[in-house]
Design a binder for this molecule. Structure first.
Ligand SMILES: NC(=O)c1ccc[n+]([C@@H]2O[C@H](COP(=O)([O-])OP(=O)(O)OC[C@H]3O[C@@H](n4cnc5c(N)ncnc54)[C@H](OP(=O)(O)O)[C@@H]3O)[C@@H](O)[C@H]2O)c1
Length: 293
């Protein structure tokens, strides 16, 4: 990789591990804070790109509050649809390549087999719709870009489902978890590595599905998380109907990653390996926090 990488969203769950991965490869990175590059402010984007000349732009910034998006559509659209379009336009202009992150929630979940990149997207909620529009608007503008769709992220540097489960289990709270939604739990460290592989290899433009191997329900993910932590706690399986949320969720959003796998990089680990490493990383800190309460 020659040249600088601009990383947007470096403070987020995924972006923080992408930053570490980029730095571990010795690449030159600019990771501006939101005060320097605010994707909700077109003047901020204009001003940034007037001066910057990165070789690659990785966009991990997004409006990710799936339920809040149902009542905050315009902000979700600005960040997830309009901003990727602007980035695609600027990248074309300065001849940088763009790697934009998207989601399994672009699918409606009616499939029985893992979704390929070529499968029709039909998002259910406003978050998924805004992400899908962002993909399309950006691609229409810039045919050289890459969209990497990932799923069900967990990582050490932010809020995520396994962290919530661990905390609740350590506090002895009752655990009731949905067992009829299936996806690919994915560790941000593994996804970050895969994203940097795409950049390093100057991958062919297009969509790539990037996730850990295997699939699980939220219930299975919760059980494995507390098993790995050695916590004795009951988890009760419930249905989606028992846990109503403002945003509808796909009941099956497993991504077929064979396109990424065929590129010949080290295979993605399975999600259980990811959870084991995640638990090892965060458990001491969570135990200390719980003890202080
Ligand atoms: N989390 C998941 O389970 C999941 C699953 C599938 C796909 N994805 C996709 O993966 C990507 C990363 O998600 P994530 O969970 O890591 O996100 P996240 O933790 O919510 O982080 C979002 C990032 O976006 C930044 N951001 C928000 N508004 C901004 C603005 N106006 N200007 C510039 N930056 C702004 C945030 O910066 P501040 O620190 O300043 O707020 C933060 O760095 C997203 O594209 C998401 O759609 C996530």
């Amino acid at each position: 990789m020659n040249g600088e990488v601009l990383l947007i969203g470096a403070t987020g769950l995924l972006g923080s591990d992408v930053l570490l991965q980029l730095q571990s490869r010795g690449w030159t990175v600019d990771a501006p804070s939101r005060t320097v590059l605010d994707l909700e402010d077109p003047r901020s984007i204009d001003a940034y790109f007037l001066a910057a000349r990165p070789a690659w732009v990785i966009n991990c910034a997004a409006y990710t509050a799936v339920d809040a998006a149902e009542s905050d559509e315009s902000r979700a659209n600005v960040l997830n649809s309009v901003a990727p379009f602007s980035l695609a336009r600027f990248c074309k202009w300065i001849k940088a390549r763009l790697l934009h992150i998207s989601t399994d929630f672009v699918f409606d979940g009616n499939s029985n087999s893992p979704y390929k990149e070529t499968d029709e997207a039909r998002p259910l909620g406003l978050y998924g719709k805004s992400k899908f529009h962002g993909e399309r608007l950006a691609f229409d503008e810039n045919k050289e870009m890459i969209v990497a769709r990932t799923a069900w992220l967990f990582g050490s540097n932010g809020k995520c489902f396994p962290r919530t489960i661990l905390k609740a289990a350590l506090e002895g709270r009752e655990l009731r978890v949905v067992s009829d939604q299936i996806g690919n739990p994915s560790y941000t460290r593994d996804v970050a590595k895969a994203l940097c592989n795409l950049v390093a290899s100057d991958a062919v433009p297009g969509i790539y599905h990037v996730a850990n191997r295997g699939q699980a329900s939220w219930f299975e993910l919760a059980c494995e998380t507390i098993r790995m932590a050695g916590i004795k706690s009951e988890v009760q399986a419930i249905s989606t109907q028992d846990w109503p949320t403002p945003a509808p969720r796909p009941k099956y959003s497993v991504l077929d990653t064979s396109k990424y796998d065929s590129l010949g990089f080290e295979p993605m680990p399975d999600w259980q390996t990811g959870i084991a490493r995640f638990v090892e990383d965060v458990l001491p800190q969570l135990k200390a926090e719980t003890a202080r309460q």
